[in-house]
Design a protein around this ligand. Sequence first.
Ligand code: UTP
Length: 290
Amino acid sequence: MVQRVRKAVLPVAGLGTRFLPATKVIPKEMIPVIDKPVVQYAIEEARAAGIEEFIFVSAYGKESITQHFSPAPGLERQLEEKGKTAELALVRGATLSTIHTVIQENPLGLGHAVWCAWPLVGDEPFAVILPDDMVLSQTPCLKQLIEAHAKVGGHVVAVEDVPREQTNRYGILDVLSDDGKLAKAKGLVEKPAPETAPSTLAIIGRYVLDPIVFGELDKKTKGAGGEIQLTDGLNRTIDRVPFHGLRFEGRRYDCGTHVGFVEANLAFGLARPEMAAKLRPLVKNLLEMK
Ligand code: UTP
């Protein structure tokens, strides 16, 4: 029987250089999309998928991320005294009791960040969420992965078809078989050039992984860009555990880029009924402006 996924690892130790100067002081993950920090959407998605323990792989100077999920007794008392019950619920809704932090001292790559969580994950399947990738969907993206994992086990990651000229930005699947929803991979390549990419099925920031990957990441082998890549570690386990890519239902927004971030604000705003009616004509006007 496939073991239940209870823990999620959130690598948030990156430098966020593409969002300087905003990220000079504020961690990238704390920049809000509308009124919530990007990382809170990730936590809410994980909770809705049944995750019980949250492991942040963070860096010095990014303490505000975990602080955001701690109780705020002073603020809570003031809101209570003022009878601001809706606001109080928002503050309390952002509190997590089962949070662990491990520090990645140097940003050596995503594979290394995930490896840092090994002692806290132990020997059970676990989720990895990259908060930068935000997904709007009917069923939370991670829940879709966990449901697929319960059937096929091994590693199950979220994938989407990308334009061939973009394969050099992603981990790409070398597909063995594909039923249109689940693609089984016989290999993985990190950031292949468009001419050599084995497919255009790209891994996005949601994973359910077998702990076997930790042993491979422990070898600290460097890959593309001189970084310890998660994709490479997973690729080296592919003859021992099945690897599936799930074409999830929903739409992904890459908040790691400027355009993706603006797009996410618009999409998440339009998905909120109280904002949509006002936002729609504004967007239309902007597009018509000369
Ligand atoms: P990115 O490369 O997209 O994030 O890594 P970054 O490095 O923060 O951003 P830029 O490129 O400088 O603008 C994907 C995810 O992996 C984490 C990042 O925090 C992000 O969530 N990461 C990456 C780590 O935690 N450690 C690393 O060594 C590398």
